[in-house]
Design a protein. Structure first.
Length: 192
């Protein structure tokens, strides 16, 4: 049936299923069924068919337990496993559900991990560049933007700071760039 594994401390409980499973049972029989399912779930494997021990676990007499287990075996609520223990398809479906959820979560985590690695690989490729090669790349991109801006302005020197030569230095002063105070110009003429 199932190898022993640690089960979570809870069991999904569907009210409609519980009502359907216990509708035709007496209160004591319903309690025994729920107790047996809880013990199977906690162990994660079939439980040994030891009637005196199971009667103590379920809080009933061994005679009541034997009769009730006979009813459950007859209608399929509980089955005998290959090793002779008692097992429930309800517990097996819960174990299968947990395994499926775990598999889906593992698969999704693998996809997320792969995407993260893929995104980091592109970043890491740039991070491993030497400082010299990064400077060369920066200069190339600066030069490309300069060429684009000069092309956009038609190469006019009066276009402003974006029209710098490729060396990155400012051009020599042009006389029209100098602002001369009118009074200073007049004094130079007088002195001159």
């Amino acid at each position: 049936m199932s190898a022993r594994r640690s089960a979570p401390p809870w069991l999904r409980f569907f009210v409609a299923d519980s009502i359907a499973w216990t509708r035709d049972l007496k209160a004591a029989e319903s309690g025994i069924l729920i107790n047996l399912i809880a013990h199977m779930h906690q162990r994660g494997e079939p439980i040994a068919e030891d009637h005196p021990r199971l009667a103590r676990l379920c809080g009933c007499s061994a005679r009541t337990l034997s009769r009730t287990i006979g009813i459950f075996l007859e209608d399929g609520r509980i089955i005998r496993s290959n090793d002779g223990g008692l097992w429930s398809d309800l517990v097996q479906s819960e174990i299968d559900h947990r395994k499926n959820v775990s598999d889906v979560r593992s698969k999704n985590a693998g996809h997320r991990w792969g995407k993260t690695e893929q995104n980091q690989t592109a970043f890491d490729a740039n991070a491993h560049q030497s400082s010299e090669s990064r400077e060369v790349e920066e200069k190339r991109s600066d030069f490309a933007s300069l060429v684009a801006s000069v092309g956009a302005t038609g190469g006019d020197r009066s276009a402003g700071p974006s029209a710098l030569p490729p060396s990155g230095r400012k051009p020599p002063f042009v006389s029209s760039d100098l602002e001369i105070d009118d009074d200073l110009a007049i004094e130079k003429r007088r002195a001159g």
